[in-house]
Design a protein around this ligand. Structure first.
Ligand SMILES: [Zn+2]
Length: 872
C-alpha cells in the first residue's frame, strides 16, 4: 500500500479539526495570532516574546467575555505572571460560587450531604493547564496564545459544551522570565552559525530546569503562584503541564505515566489520567498525528513538581511531552535515529503506540498543533461527563479521609522540642502552603507514652491531602522490583529523587502515631511568623543559639548593621560551640528588627564569654559561575545565600584566571559540577572532552582550564577556604596534591547505588564545620556524589572527617544498594592545604535549597573564625 503523503494528511485533517475556528461577530475584533504577531504561532524561526504575548492576552481579555486575565504578581525578574480564566460568560460572573462548590467537593469535612449534592449538581469541572515551565521547550508559550484565541473565538457545539461545563485556568507561561531569556537569545543568533545555541545562563534566574522540582518547597515566587491556584484556592479536578522532550523517540507522550507509580493516591486519579490520556490519543489518531504514545517514557514515581505532586492532592496531575525541534529551527530526523524508551522497548507499533512516525522534518508548528489538541480534547470529555467528574472528586477526597482514619499511621506529631525549632516552623509553613490542615497543641499532652510540649504540631491523616502528607512526612522506600531493574538485574535510575521527605530534608523530627490524638488542638489558620525577643539588659552581650539556621541570617544582618559578633568555640555555662555572641551596647533598634525578621532570640549573657569565643568578621565569598546553559546547583546555592543574606560575588573565568584570589576572597564555592564543565574543553588522548564550544558564540564559551585550577590551588595555600560540592570535588582530587580519594568513583549499580536518597550520618560537632549540627543527621545523596577516604601517609593528619556515614542500616529513605561501599566513610571532610582549608562536601548539603537539616555544614564554612582558620 502506498503511504499517503503525510503533509497532505495532516493538513487535511487540520482543516477538519479546526473548521470550528470561525470567529463570532461579537469577537471579530480579536485579531488572530497570525494577524497580531505577523506570523503563525510556531512558524519556522519565529518566536513571539513575552511582552508581546502579555499584550495579546490583555487584548483578548478586553474583547472577549469568555476570557479573564489575572495578574498574579511579578515573576522573579519582575515580569507579569498571568493566570487566564476561561469559561462561559455566565460562569465567569459567578466564579466565587463555583470556587465555594469546588471547595466542598475537594474537602467535604464539615459539609452536609445536601451541600455536597448541590455542588455536584451545580458545580463546574475545574481544569488547570500550564505551559512554558521549561523555557527552552519553546513551543508551549506560542501554543498558549493560539489556544486562548481559540477559546475566545470558536463557535462550535463542542466549545460551548466545554465553556458551559468547565472552568479552565491557563498558566500561559510558568516561567515568564525564561520566555524572555530564551526567545531573545534565539532571535539574537537566528540566521548565524550559532542559530540554536543554548543560552549562556540558567533560564530561570535561580534554578533553571529545576523549576519543576519546587512544588513542595515553593522556594520561588512562580511556584507560590502555582500553589495558590492548585493547592489552596481552586484545587482543580485535573491538571496538565505541557512540555517537550528529546527529538528522537515518540512525537508526543500522553498520559498515563509508565511504571512504577508512587502509591497512596486515590486510585481514581490514576484511572482519570488513563481516561483523559486515551481520549487525547484517540483525537490525535483521528486527525492523523503519527507517533503518539501513552503509558511510556515518564514513570509515575517522579519528583514533586506540580504534575507529580498533584495526584496526591486528589488532582489528575498529568504531563504531555512533545518531541523537540532545535528551538524554533526545523530538525530533520532520520528513521535510524528514532528509538524506544521506558515501556516502549522498540521503536515499533504497540498498543500504546500504534502509529510510529517514520522520521522526516520536525517543526515547532508540529508541536503547537499537538498541544492544541492535547489542551482541548481532555476538556471535551470533562465537559460531557461533568457530574461524574464532580462526584468522583467528592469520592476521592472523602475516601482519602476515610483511609486516613483507618491507616496504621493516624497522624504525624511534630514535637515542639526540636534541634532547630525555627526550621520546624519553616516546615510547618511549607505544609500550610500545600493546603494541608495542621493543628497546634495549646498545652503539653501525652500520647502513646510520649510527652509533647505546648506548641507541638499535629498533622492528622484523616484529611483529603493524606497522600501528600504521607510522602512529605513519612519514611519512604523506593520500589526494588522488575519495574525498577533491567533484564540484567541492574537498577534503573528513578526519574529524579527516590524520596522527597521534607521532614528528613529539613532535619525536623516527626513521630508517626498509630492512634488518633484526643488532646485539645487548634487549627493553624495562617503562616506562622515567630518573632525573636531581645533581652532588655545584657551587660555581657547577647547569645544567639548556633543550632538555628536562622542565626546565620541574623549574623549576616548584624554585619550589615556594623555590629561586632563573636563565635563560641568551647562549651561554657549555657553556651555551646557554634553559638554567636553580640557585643553589649549594640543598637537596640537594629537588634529588635533582626530578631523580628529572623525569629532568633537575643538572650542575655550572665557572664563574660571572651575566654571561650573569638571575633568573627564578614567573609568575602565568591562562587564560580559558568556558561553553557548555567549550572542549577550554582543557581540554587545563589538563591540560598541570598535567602540567608550572605553577601557574595559570582566569579567568572576572568576572575579566577586573574590569580591572587586570596587578596580578594576569603571563601570560594565550587557548586556541584563536572570537572570538565568547569575547566572547559579538554584535549585528551581520545579527542576533546567536555562542552562543545563549536556551536557556542565565542564570548559565551567558558572554562578556566588548568591555569584556573592552579589559581584555586594557590588561593587555598595562601589561606583561603575552598568549598566543593559533590562531583566538583574531582577538581581538587585530580588537580591538588591532597591525601584524599573518592571511595565510590566509578561505582555503579549493585556495587553502590543511592539515587536521591536520605542517608544516616554522624557529625563531628567539635569541628568548626560541624558546629550547631546534631550528632546524628540525614544527608541527601544523589548520583554523582562523592564519599571520602584518607590516603595513608604523612599528610593524613591534615584530613578531618566532619560527617561520616554510619556503619550499618544507613538508608533512611529512598533506595540504597551496596551500603558497605560507604559504611564508616566520610561524607564531608576538611583538608588543611598550605595556609588554607578545603571543605569537601560529597553530598547535597544545600540540595535545591530544600535540605535545611544540613545547611549549617555550608554556612559554617562561610563564617570563619576571625584571623584564625579552623584547625583540627
Ligand atoms: Zn520540560
Amino acid at each position: 500500500m502506498t503511504r499517503p503523503n503525510r503533509h497532505i494528511l495532516a493538513g487535511g485533517a487540520f482543516a477538519l479539526a479546526f473548521a470550528f475556528a470561525t470567529p463570532l461577530p461579537a469577537t471579530a475584533q480579536i485579531p488572530s495570532p497570525e494577524d497580531f504577531f505577523g506570523h503563525q504561532m510556531g512558524a519556522d524561526r519565529e518566536l513571539a516574546h513575552w511582552d508581546q504575548l502579555v499584550e495579546y492576552y490583555e487584548l483578548i481579555d478586553a474583547a472577549s467575555d469568555r476570557v479573564q486575565v489575572v495578574h498574579m504578581g511579578p515573576s522573579t525578574l519582575g515580569e507579569p505572571f498571568l493566570s487566564i480564566f476561561v469559561s462561559a460568560p455566565e460562569n465567569l460572573a459567578r466564579l466565587d460560587d463555583f470556587k465555594r462548590m469546588n471547595a466542598v467537593l475537594q474537602d467535604p469535612r464539615g459539609h452536609t450531604q445536601a451541600e455536597i449534592d448541590d455542588a455536584i449538581a451545580g458545580g463546574k469541572v475545574v481544569f488547570v493547564q500550564s505551559y512554558a515551565l521549561h523555557s527552552n521547550e519553546v513551543a508551549a508559550s506560542q501554543s498558549a496564545a493560539e489556544i486562548t484565541y481559540l477559546f475566545a473565538t470558536r463557535d462550535d457545539d463542542e466549545i460551548h459544551e466545554i465553556l458551559d461545563n468547565t472552568i479552565s485556568i491557563l498558566i500561559p507561561a510558568f516561567n515568564p522570565d525564561g520566555v524572555g531569556i530564551v526567545n531573545e537569545w534565539y532571535d539574537r543568533w537566528v540566521g548565524t552559525e550559532y542559530e540554536g545555541a543554548s543560552q549562556p545562563g540558567l533560564y530561570h534566574h535561580y534554578i533553571g530546569h529545576d523549576n519543576n522540582r519546587d512544588a513542595f518547597m515553593q522556594n520561588t515566587v512562580e511556584s507560590r503562584y502555582g500553589a495558590d491556584i492548585m493547592f489552596r484556592e481552586w484545587i482543580p479536578q485535573a491538571y496538565i503541564d505541557h512540555h517537550q522532550m528529546g527529538p528522537f523517540t515518540a512525537r508526543i507522550y500522553l498520559p498515563p505515566y509508565a511504571e512504577p507509580i508512587r502509591p497512596g493516591g486515590d486510585p481514581l486519579v490514576w484511572r482519570e489520567m488513563s481516561w483523559y490520556g486515551a481520549h487525547m490519543a484517540y483525537r490525535m489518531e483521528e486527525i492523523g498525528f503519527e507517533g503518539t504514545v501513552n503509558a511510556a517514557i515518564y514513570s509515575g514515581w517522579g519528583h514533586f513538581g506540580f504534575h507529580w505532586i498533584t495526584p496526591f492532592h486528589n488532582i489528575a496531575g498529568m504531563l504531555t511531552e512533545s518531541a523537540s525541534a532545535r528551538f524554533a529551527t526545523p530538525l530533520y530526523v532520520h528513521p535510524d535515529q528514532l528509538q524506544g524508551s521506558r515501556q516502549l522497548p522498540e521503536y515499533e507499533a504497540q498498543t500504546t503506540f500504534p502509529n510510529p512516525w517514520p522520521g522526516g522534518w520536525w517543526r515547532v508548528r508540529d508541536i503547537v498543533d499537538r498541544q492544541i489538541v492535547a489542551t482541548f480534547s481532555p476538556l471535551e470529555i470533562a465537559a460531557q461527563n461533568r457530574e461524574t467528574v464532580l462526584r468522583n472528586a467528592y469520592l476521592k477526597s472523602s475516601r482519602q479521609i476515610q483511609r486516613g482514619m483507618e491507616d496504621d499511621v493516624k497522624a504525624y506529631v511534630i514535637p515542639a522540642d526540636q534541634h532547630d525549632p525555627l526550621s520546624m516552623t519553616t516546615m510547618v509553613n511549607k505544609l500550610l502552603l500545600q493546603g494541608i490542615t495542621v493543628e497546634r497543641a495549646p498545652a503539653d499532652f501525652t500520647h502513646e507514652g510520649r510527652v509533647y510540649g505546648e506548641g507541638s504540631y499535629v498533622v492528622s491523616l484523616a484529611q483529603p491531602k493524606r497522600g501528600v502528607i504521607r510522602w512529605l512526612l513519612g519514611q519512604t522506600y523506593y520500589p526494588d522490583n522488575s519495574y525498577t531493574r533491567n533484564a540484567s538485574g541492574d537498577p534503573i535510575r528513578p526519574y529524579d529523587m527516590s524520596a522527597d521527605v521534607i521532614a528528613e530534608f529539613m532535619g525536623v523530627r516527626v513521630d508517626p502515631v498509630g492512634t488518633a490524638i484526643k488532646a485539645p488542638l487548634t487549627v493553624v489558620s495562617g503562616q506562622i511568623e515567630p518573632a525573636g525577643v531581645v533581652a532588655d539588659a545584657a551587660p555581657n552581650g547577647y547569645l544567639l543559639d548556633g543550632t538555628l539556621n536562622a542565626a546565620f541570617k541574623a549574623v549576616n544582618m548584624l554585619f550589615a548593621a556594623a555590629a561586632s559578633v563573636q563565635r563560641v568555640t568551647e562549651a561554657g555555662e549555657g553556651t555551646s560551640p557554634g553559638d554567636f555572641i553580640v557585643e553589649a551596647g549594640a543598637d537596640m533598634e537594629a537588634l529588635a528588627e533582626i530578631a523580628a525578621a529572623t525569629g532568633v532570640d537575643f538572650a542575655p549573657l550572665e557572664w563574660d564569654p571572651s575566654t571561650i569565643s573569638q571575633p568573627i568578621t564578614q567573609q568575602r565569598i565568591g562562587m564560580y559561575q559558568r556558561y553553557y546553559g548555567g549550572n542549577m546547583d550554582e543557581g540554587w546555592t545563589r538563591w540560598l545565600l541570598e535567602d540567608f543574606e550572605f553577601e557574595y560575588t559570582s566569579l567568572f573565568d576572568p576572575d579566577i584566571l586573574a590569580g591572587d584570589l586570596h587578596e580578594r576572597w576569603d571563601v570560594i564555592i565550587l557548586p556541584a559540577d563536572s570537572r570538565q564543565m568547569m575547566l572547559g574543553p579538554i584535549q585528551g588522548a581520545g579527542g576533546p572532552r567536555g562542552p562543545d564550544p563549536a556551536g557556542t558564540p565565542p564570548d559565551y564559551r567558558s572554562g578556566f582550564g588548568e591555569e584556573g585550577v592552579a589559581a584555586l590551588d594557590a588561593f587555598v595555600k595562601n589561606g583561603g577556604t575552598l568549598v566543593t560540592f559533590a562531583q566538583a570535588g574531582d577538581l581538587v582530587l585530580e588537580g591538588f596534591d591532597v591525601p584524599v580519594r573518592n571511595a565510590v568513583a566509578g561505582m555503579w549499580g549493585n556495587e553502590f547505588w543511592a539515587p536521591g536518597s536520605t542517608l544516616k550520618v554522624d557529625v563531628d560537632t567539635s569541628s568548626p564545620f560541624g558546629y550547631g549540627m546534631p550528632d546524628r543527621a540525614l544527608a541527601a545523596y544523589l548520583a554523582g556524589g562523592q564519599v571520602y577516604e584518607t590516603l595513608p601517609g604523612a599528610r593524613s593528619s591534615d584530613v578531618r572527617r566532619v560527617v561520616t556515614y554510619i556503619d550499618r542500616d544507613i538508608l533512611q529513605s529512598g533506595w540504597l544498594l551496596g551500603e558497605e561501599a560507604i559504611a564508616n566513610k566520610a561524607a564531608m571532610v576538611s583538608v588543611d592545604h598550605g595556609d588554607g582549608t578545603i571543605v569537601m562536601i560529597g553530598f547535597r548539603a544545600q540540595h535545591r535549597a530544600q535540605t535545611h537539616g544540613t545547611f549549617k555544614l555550608l554556612f559554617n564554612a562561610l563564617v570563619a573564625r576571625g584571623g584564625e582558620r579552623p584547625r583540627a
